[in-house]
Design a protein around this ligand. Structure first.
Ligand SMILES: *[C@@H]1O[C@H](CO)[C@@H](O)[C@H](O)[C@H]1NC(C)=O
Length: 137
């Protein structure tokens, strides 16, 4: 008798705990289901970061999210990637504090909002279309 009541009083608190664990598991599972793995985009696909295509056209119609990665592939001896502001993008002249990348294979993580990229190693490239404005959601 004493043994049985001891068992009951021990078991009682485990019921709410089981409910808490179930709710917690459902909550975590729900979060995992809705979490998004950052996508990696090869900018320009098979063309890479190159003035032979209009980079803004490549970006058009794609939905980007903050945290996604843009991989810029190009010939490091003849091109580069400058992360500029809107003025730099519009004028093709990098603004002060523009960030230059020049490894030939740069992975740049998209910040939330608008960001601008231009290629300036060859002055004609940006005007020819080696420029890209991207809005990350
Ligand atoms: C871009 O940066 C330059 C230099 O810092 C600045 O003069 C210009 O106003 C900036 N443009 C925008 C749109 O913020």
């Amino acid at each position: 008798m004493a043994r049985s009541s001891a068992h009951v009083s021990y078991a009682a608190p485990t019921v709410p705990m089981a409910i808490i664990m179930t709710v917690l598991c459902l909550f975590l599972a729900n979060n995992v289901t809705h979490a998004r793995t950052p996508a990696t985009y090869i900018v320009g696909d098979e063309y890479g970061w190159d003035a032979i295509i209009l980079m803004d056209t490549w970006a058009k119609g794609k939905t980007f999210y903050a945290g996604d990665i843009l991989e810029f592939k190009y010939d490091l001896y003849s091109s580069n990637v400058m992360v500029v502001n809107r003025t730099g993008y519009e004028t093709c002249i990098p603004n002060e504090n523009a960030e230059e990348h020049r490894t030939g294979d740069d992975r740049i993580q998209l910040p939330y909002g608008l960001s601008y990229y231009i290629g300036t190693a060859d002055a004609a490239d940006c005007s020819a279309g080696l420029k890209m404005a991207i809005k990350a959601n």
